[in-house]
Design a protein around this ligand. Structure first.
Ligand code: C5P
Length: 401
């Protein structure tokens, strides 16, 4: 039932496991989904397009030259609720990871706005090769979801990891996604992200290295899980066009403060991931400051603390999450902030951990509340976002009025 009415694209690549795609199509159709199948040319050596067309009750696109179908990659990418690529081979993994668009399957991947699931199948050594590991990690870092390989006997006669996940497991993963992932429906979530820039004169500013990547991942994940999201975003080259995310662009800490505080009363939860400047120049020079002999002094004044203000005015039903980026005494400082700013949870990360912090696609966090510390592994920021939202749902499962 969970897949009823869902529009699914199935991409099939040239692996012996391609025969299992027939069972996947059959399962999807039985569950009430609408299915369109794309095959790489080599997939057709393993299973006939006629088989998959008959089972899916729709034309199968197997060549970049399939007439009108080729032009439809954008349309198909927009049509789908999910794109499942199963099995995906080492070659196609590499092409997906690097945008090598020589098949309809990859073209649709690049055009798709829906979540993408990929289920690899290959020999054990190919699966363990650093090239494959890197391509898988790269695809995950873009938010694509891995349906992990199974272990056992492989077509080569070797034994180990590399088998395509069983069709039932693949169907369950998709069904879980559609069911579980609407658990934030009805919530209005405010998220701050990115740096703030504090102007010195018309051409100069004080800034920091935040890109907003973590906050954007949170906004996209929350929206996908059913929340109505307002993203208050400082100046960054990154953005999101996810539906159900309203982005409000701000520049300075004061602008971010105004935009956030005024929306707080109509909000159920806030996640403050922005790297807000603590200080700003006391005055902004109206003209570019000229250089002179000797040193120059600039007076800095404190910016308002958005987190502290939301904590101060928080009502019983509102849940408030802050971030702490600490280079030393992380836990102690995080706990101090939690109490001082009246937060419910702190996401602690350290820029010293490899792969964590500003500019990375991955992050390693600990969730800290008044009673406990929960550590997590290094993960793509999108998966980190889901861990944080899982905790939000666990701590505050029901909505306030
Ligand atoms: O005190 P510190 O800057 O380390 O606190 C970090 C947390 O407080 C983050 O959640 C950050 O977004 C938030 N913060 C804020 N306004 C400020 C400073 C920090 O909302 N002026």
């Amino acid at each position: 039932m969970r897949l009823a009415g869902k529009k699914i694209i199935l991409g099939v690549c040239g692996s012996i496991a391609a025969y299992k795609s027939a069972l996947i199509v059959r399962g999807l159709i039985k569950a009430g989904a609408e299915v369109r199948v794309l095959m790489t040319p080599s997939a057709t050596d393993f299973i006939s397009p006629l088989t998959l067309a008959t089972l899916s009750k729709a034309e199968v696109v197997s060549s970049v030259h399939s007439g009108a179908s080729w032009n439809n990659h954008v349309e198909l990418g927009l049509w789908a609720d999910a794109y499942l690529i199963a099995p995906v081979t080492a070659t196609t993994l590499a092409k997906l990871a690097h945008g090598i668009c020589d098949s309809a399957l990859v073209a649709v991947y690049l055009s798709a706005r829906c979540p993408v699931f990929f289920a690899p199948a290959m020999d054990v050594d190919m699966w363990q090769h650093p090239t494959t590991r890197e391509n898988v990690a790269r695809l995950q870092s873009f938010g694509n979801r891995l349906i992990d390989v199974g272990e056992g006997e492989l077509a080569s006669g070797l034994s180990g990891a590399g088998r395509l996940a069983e069709p039932e497991e693949i169907l369950d993963t998709l069904a879980d996604y559609f069911e579980r992932r609407r658990d934030l429906t009805g919530r209005r979530i405010l998220i701050t992200a990115g740096p703030t820039l504090e102007d010195i004169d018309p051409v100069r500013y004080l800034g920091n290295r935040s890109t907003g990547r973590m906050g954007i991942a949170l906004a996209e994940a929350a929206a996908e899980r059913g929340a109505e999201v307002t993203l208050i975003l400082g100046p960054t080259h990154l953005s999101t066009d996810a539906p159900d995310v309203t982005t409000v662009h701000v520049r300075s800490a004061e602008e971010m403060y105004q935009a956030t505080v005024e929306r707080w009363p109509a909000t159920t939860d806030a996640i403050l991931s922005a790297a807000v400047a603590d200080y700003r120049p006391k005055t902004i020079a109206p003209e570019k400051i000229k250089k002179e002999e000797g040193s120059i002094h600039m007076e800095l004044v404190r910016n308002p603390d958005i987190a502290a203000e939301l904590g101060r005015t928080k009502t019983g039903g509102q849940y408030l999450i802050g971030f702490a980026l600490e280079t030393e005494n992380g836990l102690e400082n995080a706990r101090g902030k939690l109490v001082r700013k009246n937060l419910d949870l702190i996401v602690l990360n350290s820029p010293r951990d490899a792969g964590a912090g500003f500019g990375h696609d991955t992050n390693q966090i600990q969730l800290v509340d008044r009673n406990k510390v929960t550590p997590f592994e290094l993960k793509p920021k999108r998966a980190v976002a889901d861990d944080i939202l899982d905790r939000l749902v666990a701590d505050k499962p029901t909505l306030c009025d």
